[in-house]
Design a protein around this ligand. Structure first.
Ligand code: SF4
Length: 378
């Protein structure tokens, strides 16, 4: 079962912490970009082989900024080229202030059955500081519009460790998120990516970083509150009510192939990773000339082992050592078992059944170092 990711790299303005690939050129480049996406879909459909497409994900950037006629041409156009009749989960990312009754009805009629909203915080002064366009009030309106239109499967993204956030205000944001009863919540710790506006602000002393211990406390509060509210902590940064895990993102963590269309999109077929250029003009020009501008990276056995271990450990399903042995051989398996045992003894890992290794809640806090130890060193 494969997934398709389509990158919509347009934003109205840049959030101060963001280093994703996106541009402000929607007006000039929106239509040619959609044409290029459809051209790329035609050029690459054979990569899916006989795989059934089960998830479709429109991410960005800000896909909800794409004018509805363009969004409609895109979805209809992809449907003409790739069989989407077996898609079970069709997600679109949205900015809360783009979500109106009209928009919800339109995306629903295109087959969207899941909306992922970049909420980030429920504190208006923090939203303003980090350059988000919306307010907490608009998040509530958006949730109501979505429910009224019949889209009940929604996900909310939050960020902890934002400047100005306190443990108390974060706890309140988590409770506000729960009160909206989204099916899914993703929460990420803020990182100061070099070159972003926020990074420069920190360098100039205009914003103060939240201390690491407070960030860890925020994460613990998040995990506890969501678990109490019935959410399953199924990936380090992701929580879902039963039956509402993100199927699309789960395929990334479970080593399932996916096809990524658009500038900056990545694809993976089980052993080869392809990356499209982070340059809108280059992407459009190349694809429209019939070329595939992607960089190709063939993963070695060791790299695939490392990916399997790192991604598997992020999830509550963990790493299956039996499968690891079948796919990567005895040497890799022995190394894994030896290191895993050390972390079981230290309380960072637990063994479920005969062969599934899963991070404990203490292990999640140390996940980077546990993963490092389990990688297949030379
Ligand atoms: S809307 Fe999303 S992609 Fe666009 S600048 Fe903000 S964080 Fe980045």
């Amino acid at each position: 079962m494969a997934g398709i990711y389509i990158h919509i790299p347009f934003c109205v303005s840049r959030c101060s912490y963001c280093d994703f690939f996106s541009t402000l050129q929607l007006r000039e480049a929106g239509a040619p970009y959609v044409e290029a996406l459809l051209a790329e879909a035609r050029l690459r459909r054979q990569e899916l082989g006989a795989d059934t497409v089960s998830t479709l994900y429109l991410g960005g950037g800000t896909p909800s900024q794409l004018p509805l006629p363009l969004l409609t041409s895109l979805v209809h156009g992809v449907r003409e080229v790739i069989d989407l009749s077996r898609v079970e989960e069709f997600t679109i990312e949205a900015n809360p202030d783009d979500v109106t009754g009209e928009w919800c009805r339109a995306v629903k009629s295109l087959g969207v059955n899941r909306v992922s909203m970049g909420v980030q915080s429920f504190e208006d002064h923090i939203l303003k500081l980090i350059g988000r366009r919306h307010t907490a009030g608009q998040v509530i309106d958006a949730v109501n519009y979505l429910r009224d239109s019949g889209i009940d499967n929604m996900s909310i993204d939050l960020i902890y460790g934002l400047p100005g956030q306190t443990v108390e205000s974060w706890t309140q944001s988590v409770h506000q998120a729960i009160a909206l009863q989204p099916k899914h919540i993703s929460a990420y710790g803020l990182t100061y990516e070099e070159g972003t506006r926020l990074w420069h602000q920190r360098e100039r002393g205009e914003v103060t970083e939240v201390p690491e211990e407070q960030c860890l406390m925020m994460y613990r509060i998040l995990a506890e509150c969501l678990q109490e509210a019935g959410y399953e902590h199924y990936e380090i940064s992701n929580f879902a009510l039963p039956g509402y895990r993100s199927r699309h993102n789960s395929s990334y963590w479970n080593d399932i192939p996916y096809l990524g269309l658009g500038a900056a999109a990545h694809s993976y077929d089980g052993s080869v990773r392809r990356s499209n250029p982070c340059d809108l003009k280059e992407y459009i020009d190349q694809v429209m000339a019939g070329n595939l501008p992607c960089e190709v990276e063939i993963l070695s056995q060791r790299e695939r082992y490392d990916e399997r271990v790192m991604l598997g450990l992020r999830t509550s399903d963990g790493v299956d050592a039996t499968r690891l042995r079948e796919d990567f051989g005895d040497e890799a398996w022995r190394h894994f078992i030896r290191e895993a045992q050390r972390h079981i003894d230290a309380g960072n890992l637990r063994l479920i059944g005969e062969s599934r290794y899963v991070l404990t809640s203490d292990g999640i806090m140390l996940s980077d170092s546990v993963m490092r130890d389990l990688l297949w060193d030379d």
